[in-house]
Write a protein that binds this ligand. Structure first.
Ligand code: GLU
Length: 308
């Protein structure tokens, strides 16, 4: 694995008075954009414009099984129809897998990752088994059970055997060690939007709530968490504006930024738009897709009025 140095900077809050603000909209091309994406993209675009900043588009297509070029084309056409302009070239994560591999290698060199083999089904079975015996199993902020950590303390030989073996393996962060390695001062971030319970201002990050997160898997060479922090740093993103569903993930991003000595952006989490059923909008529901509104004769101004 080639080591590519990532930009290093002291960990300080982005100071927009001396730096040109840089915003990004970072969709995954695994479906059509819906009104919630329109809100995110418009907010990023408008905040960049209002602050004399830059607006970038980043295609987060790490998961090759779910991402398709036709969705990437649809993203561009929907955003252009909305009247948004972004810088070229557009960064596509699948073009930068070597960088995410380097970041993972750095964490490996620090002794903070381990190869794991339990499949989703095996994790589910382990959790069901523990719960059947009356032991509550810890869940992450999204409600998913934490990883059983079975391979965490294996020695070098056993780890090498996993890596060389036939069973697909994923690389996971040893969360307890990683939090220790992050050291003091406590991890925080500056929130200019708000969290699910109205949290705003200086937020204390709790990455441990996520357990041993995946950083790369056999069918997707990097995780969302790893590639997002590498790209935000490399693209000089000063302001991350995104939906509130990613509020708690920010704790993981702050931890990885500290470990890899990457700069800290300001975070702004915005409200989520809900469908008629009261649930978060989803890419699989075509009715709330931006293109459905366009086809029904609505204008970009109508969309702005609907979401802002
Ligand atoms: N790619 C993520 C998504 O489509 C957004 C990532 C981010 O804004 O940090 O939900």
């Amino acid at each position: 694995m080639i080591f590519i140095p990532l930009p290093c900077q002291r960990e300080t809050m982005a100071d927009t008075s001396s730096t040109q603000p840089v915003f990004r909209f970072a969709p995954s091309p695994n479906g059509l954009l819906h009104l919630g994406h329109a809100l995110s993209a418009i907010l990023n675009h408008d905040m960049a414009k209002a602050s004399g900043g830059r607006f970038l588009l980043r295609i987060e297509d790490i998961d090759r099984t779910r991402c398709h070029p036709q969705f990437e084309a649809a993203i561009s056409s929907d955003l252009a129809w909305l009247g948004l302009e972004w810088e070229q070239p557009v960064r596509r994560q699948s073009d930068h897998l070597d960088l995410y591999a380097s970041a993972l290698q750095r964490l490996n060199d620090m002794g903070l990752v381990y190869p794991s083999v339990l499949s989703r089904g095996e994790i589910k079975a382990a959790v069901a088994d523990a719960e059947a015996r009356g032991n509550a199993w810890p869940r992450d902020p999204d409600g998913a059970p934490l990883y059983p950590e079975r391979e965490r303390d294996l020695g070098a030989d056993a780890r090498n055997a996993i890596v060389a073996g036939d069973k697909p393996h994923a690389w996971r962060l040893d969360m307890k060690k990683a939090v220790l390695a992050a050291g003091a001062p406590p991890l925080t971030w500056q929130e200019t939007g708000s969290g699910p319970d109205g949290e705003t201002g200086l937020i204390t990050a709790d990455p441990a709530a996520w357990g041993d997160i995946i950083l790369s898997r056999s069918d997707a060479p990097s995780s969302y968490h790893l590639s997002v922090i590498v790209d935000d740093a490399l693209q000089g993103i000063t302001h991350v504006v995104r939906g509130r569903d990613l509020y708690h993930a920010t704790a993981v991003h702050r931890l990885l930024q500290r470990l890899l000595d990457l700069p800290e952006p300001v975070y702004h989490h915005h409200r989520l738009l809900l469908g008629a059923d009261g649930r978060k909008l989803s890419k699989s529901n075509r009715d709330t897709g931006i293109s459905a509104f366009r086809e029904a004769g609505r204008s970009p101004a109508d969309i702005r009025a609907l979401v802002l």
